[in-house]
Design a protein around this ligand. Sequence first.
Ligand SMILES: N[C@@H](CCC(=O)N[C@@H](CSCO)C(=O)NCC(=O)O)C(=O)O
Ligand SMILES: [Zn+2]
Ligand SMILES: [Zn+2]
Length: 190
Amino acid sequence: MASVSLHPSIDSGVKPGSGSFTGGTLSCLCTTGTVRLKIKGDVAHNHACGCTKCWKPAGAMFSVVAVVPSDNVEIVENGDKLAVVDSSALIQRHACKECGVHMHGPVERDHAFKGLSFIHPERFAESGSAAPGFAAFVSSVIESGVSPSKMDSIRARFKELGLEPYDCLNPTLMDVLATFAAKKAGTYRE
Ligand SMILES: N[C@@H](CCC(=O)N[C@@H](CSCO)C(=O)NCC(=O)O)C(=O)O
Ligand SMILES: [Zn+2]
Ligand SMILES: [Zn+2]
């Protein structure tokens, strides 16, 4: 049986990052009037995401999405083509109005992720950015029409690829969120 297809950038194996990626240029899919962003430095917390909100390339079941400090994002070409997909969402995903690629998604609200921006490393012209390290919101693919009967093979494939599947974020990021909540509630202890 052919193995389940998750995302083109990981289906034939997860390619490790170079460890010395200093940044690059993200571009949308438009062949004319291409939206281009310059990103300084490497990405962090790169992961496959099964949620319905993250941009996925055509035919992919999962997105691959990572964060960078929002201060490291600079729109350099055709920024007028960008529009916020859902202004009520935590992640302010700015998509190209023509091709639909989400180019950056800053978090501006009072939140543990404030100051970070979500980007899709597969849109880098350059190779070597940090590889995905886990899979998040795996069960959410059911909301996009994947049959629950496929979930065992999807999770098995992620494990085979060395990406632990979670149905929310990974423990590191869940701890970051809970720490933020504890500090707000005044229950935080060192
Ligand atoms: N089941 C929902 C989940 C959507 C969701 O909560 N997505 C996460 C992960 S996005 C990248 O890690 C999230 O933090 N969303 C905040 C936002 O979208 O603003 C679904 O699938 O829609
Ligand atoms: Zn475009
Ligand atoms: Zn997502």
